[in-house]
Design a protein around this ligand. Structure first.
Ligand SMILES: Nc1ncnc2c1ncn2[C@@H]1O[C@H](COP(=O)(O)OP(=O)(O)OP(=O)(O)O)[C@@H](O)[C@H]1O
Ligand SMILES: [Mg+2]
Length: 254
């Protein structure tokens, strides 16, 4: 029995969009509970509604039905307590690394405290020495690190991650996965990651929910109790991947 408090609670979430042909139902009754400090991944095929679900959870999109609560409070609008890291890098090219990281920190915070916060997260993501460098001089992986440091610097309770490694090459992806585990172990933030990469979900998450094509629901939720660092070639992860691919309706040797 997991004793941790329930942080995010979504019940029967429905969401449609109107397009030229009429109304398109994207989310069709999503139920999700995420406990404090848990790392949950949501996997699903491209276009199934993963980004839409995160936008709803984060308060950027209104829902048509159901409820979403964080710490018992209904989610109606975005909040600095919940930060979304996007599919594409969203750091500002005209600000250097330190300025990007400080961007979301309240301007009411004393400058010395901002400086300490920036340094803490610069160190956490391994960018010491790059504080005054501009994004055009950074690699894709380094930009992603700035993105995390910026998200963490506002000290949110919940981190929503939308395919955060999507724009990275395969090697950097592997490296960034390890980084995320390290960051998560050190900060114990509640994390919800959406991805279409089953391997990524298995390496990172405590629990993995599988979404159907849209209109999307969850077809399976798999618990992943393996300790970190996880061996992607180990028999437990192979079995887990097999179950997830089966839930996604994909035949694959794993
Ligand atoms: N603002 C919008 N207006 C109309 N339709 C939208 C809007 N946003 C998303 N959709 C539609 O909702 C569906 C789900 O989109 P969404 O971006 O959530 O999928 P996704 O699972 O994140 O896809 P991907 O894996 O490619 O990132 C798609 O059919 C998309 O066309
Ligand atoms: Mg998406």
């Amino acid at each position: 029995m997991d004793e941790r408090a329930i942080r995010i609670c979504a019940r029967g979430v429905r969401k449609s969009f109107r397009d030229r042909k009429g109304e398109v139902r994207v989310l069709d009754g999503i139920d999700l509970e995420v406990r404090d400090g848990e790392f949950v991944a949501i996997v699903g095929p491209s276009g199934c509604g993963k980004t839409t679900l995160l936008n709803c959870l984060a308060g950027f999109e209104r829902i048509d039905g159901g409820t979403i609560e964080v710490d018992g409070e209904p989610v109606r609008s975005p909040s600095p307590r919940r930060v979304l890291v996007f599919q594409e890098s969203a750091i500002f090219p005209w600000l250097n690394v330190a300025e990007n990281i400080a961007f979301g920190v309240s301007s009411a915070t004393p400058p010395e405290q901002i400086r300490r916060t920036v340094q803490r997260y610069v160190d956490l993501v391994g960018l010491r020495g790059f504080e005054h460098v501009y994004p055009n001089q950074l690699s894709g992986g380094m930009k992603q690190r700035v993105e995390y440091a910026r998200a963490l610097a506002v000290e949110p309770d919940v981190l929503y991650l939308d395919e955060p490694f999507g724009a990275l090459d395969a090697l950097t992806r592997l490296e960034m996965r390890r980084e995320i585990v390290k960051i998560w172990q050190q900060t114990r933030k509640t994390c919800v990651l959406v991805t279409h990469d089953v391997e990524e979900a298995c390496e990172l998450a405590d629990r993995i929910a599988v979404m159907t094509r849209c209109p999307a629901t969850f077809v399976d939720v798999v618990v992943n109790p393996l300790p970190h660092p996880r061996d992607p070639d180990g028999s437990e992860l192979r079995l887990l991947r097999k179950r997830l691919f089966a839930a996604l309706g994909v035949e694959r040797r794993v």
